[in-house]
Design a protein around this ligand. Structure first.
Ligand SMILES: N[C@@H](CCC(=O)N[C@@H](CS)C(=O)NCC(=O)O)C(=O)O
Length: 214
């Protein structure tokens, strides 16, 4: 493990798991604050100085502070020398393809769909009861996911061949969330998810993110 003045805040949801997982894949040592989204800790004055939007995850690297789970996952993969087996494209087209997956997942599968289901399901006491919005989000997830499903596994073990990328981490954690919500996933997606989840760093990231269930 390398020591690089890295600190991560966040625990308890797949969004927190993403940066933990990439830090572990990269072999980086980091300090870790188990800040839980709904514990009140994200409203502590010291935390609000890091992220005025009171959200986790947050990464600090030296004096640089970064929010957003996908941005952190991508940053960690690019800011340090990646070990063998981690795919970090160096050219604009390669980076655009990884970004395309990450933006697609974060907007169409995470924010517009699974998070809507969460806001108006488990968190309805905070955000309101909206069964119609949940049903529409569910259908939209299925529609958007099925449109890209045939690309999963088409190039090899991972999205971009035989090496794991940030996009695989964003996708696999999102599939975990979809499975938790009983969304129907095609076999290729389930097989891909099991393959990726067998990685030791995935399992350690789950233990760190969800200590109560591991
Ligand atoms: N798009 C952001 C979403 C972050 C987010 O909404 N985090 C939630 C937990 S999953 C949170 O911190 N909620 C605490 C709050 O709203 O106070 C990301 O992917 O990092």
């Amino acid at each position: 493990m390398q020591s690089n003045d890295l600190t991560l805040w966040g625990i308890g949801t797949v969004r927190q798991m993403r940066p933990h997982w990439m830090l572990l894949e990269m072999g980086l040592e980091y300090e870790f604050h188990p800040t839980h989204p709904r514990s009140g800790q994200t409203y502590d004055l010291d935390f609000l100085k890091l992220n005025p939007r009171h959200k986790v995850p947050v990464l600090r690297h030296g004096t640089f502070v970064l929010t957003e789970s996908a941005a952190i996952t991508l940053y960690v993969s690019e800011a340090f020398k990646a070990p063998t087996g981690i795919y970090v494209p160096q050219d604009a087209v390669g980076r655009a393809k990884v970004n395309e997956w990450c933006y697609f997942i974060m907007s169409e599968l995470d924010a517009h769909t699974l998070y809507i289901m969460r806001r108006h399901g488990a968190l309805k006491s905070l955000y309101g009861d909206a069964p119609v919005a949940i049903a529409a989000a569910r259908e939209y997830f299925i529609d958007q996911f099925n449109a890209v499903a045939s690309r999963i596994g088409a190039e090899g073990r991972y999205l971009f061949g035989e090496d794991l990328s940030a996009a695989d981490i964003i996708l696999t954690t999102t599939l975990d969330w979809a499975i938790e919500y009983d969304l129907p996933l095609p076999d290729c997606a389930l097989e891909y998810r099991s393959r990726v989840a067998a990685r030791p760093a995935y399992q350690e990231a789950r233990r760190r993110t969800f200590p109560a269930v591991s």
